[in-house]
Design a protein around this ligand. Structure first.
Ligand SMILES: [Fe+2]
Ligand SMILES: [Fe+2]
Length: 238
């Protein structure tokens, strides 16, 4: 696999990587590297979103590890690194490759800081499968599945509900929105079967689904109220 499409990409990556060496706190080094590499900027919301999403995924990873009684270090590092493949993606086809690219970025970084070889392998594999739904490899470990769980927990949290508000819900009539809500609620039922790496993540996942369900139920009730009010006013006129 060729990670760098051109010399400019390779040069930028090498320059960033140069600032890192073995020793020191691996979580802090990972955070600093991810921030350097994802490069959030005030006038580039796409870059800022990607970086802040990585922080939230790391928080979910920390929560899962702590609840499971695991050492949180490798999972937090894997979560921070999980989307570092995106800077290499421009087309939709490349976007689908971002877990593979991200695993390669993670490997180069973890080798540079001299991280434990076995943990490096586990982190890279977790990143490689983080975009899968229920088509995860049969032998995937709870650790490997947990990066994917942490990623989806952020993708289904309140921030995304707000983003859906813009794309899915904005500028639609009450009647159209009732249909959207019905469709979305059907999808939520399908998502209940999602495989999770741990019982802790499953409980968090059900919480997120419940939040979305309540959101669509409340929106649907509000839109039905709108139509009922119209009916009521029409009857009053007679
Ligand atoms: Fe991703
Ligand atoms: Fe992600």
């Amino acid at each position: 696999m060729r990670l760098f499409k051109n010399k400019k990409e390779a040069k930028r990556f090498k320059k960033i990587l140069k600032g890192y060496a073995s020793g020191g706190n691996p979580v802090s080094a990972t955070h600093s590297f991810v921030k350097d590499f994802l490069n959030p900027q005030p006038d580039r919301y796409d870059l800022t979103y990607r970086y802040e999403h990585s922080l939230r995924v790391a928080l979910w990873g920390k929560r899962i590890a702590e609840a499971e009684g695991w050492d949180s270090e490798p999972l937090v590092m894997a979560c921070l690194l999980h989307d570092t493949g995106y800077p290499f993606c421009e087309t939709m086809e490349e976007w689908n490759m971002h877990p593979t690219y991200g695993a390669e970025v993670a490997r180069l970084f973890l080798e540079k800081i001299g991280y434990d070889e076995e943990l490096t392998e586990r982190i890279c594999q977790a990143i490689r499968i983080h975009d899968k739904w229920n088509d995860v490899p049969e032998d995937a470990t709870p650790f490997e599945l947990s990066v994917r769980d942490a990623d989806d927990l952020d993708r289904f949290d309140i921030m995304r509900v707000c983003m859906i508000g813009r794309s899915d819900i904005g500028e639609r009539s009450a009647r159209e929105l009732i249909e959207v809500c019905e469709n979305r609620q059907r999808t939520l039922t399908d998502w209940q079967d999602r495989i999770c790496g741990t019982d802790v993540a499953k409980a968090f996942w059900e919480e997120k689904l419940q939040m979305r369900r309540q959101f669509y139920e409340a929106l649907q009730a509000e839109m039905q109220g709108t139509l009922e009010m119209e009916d009521f006013l029409k009857k009053e006129q007679r």
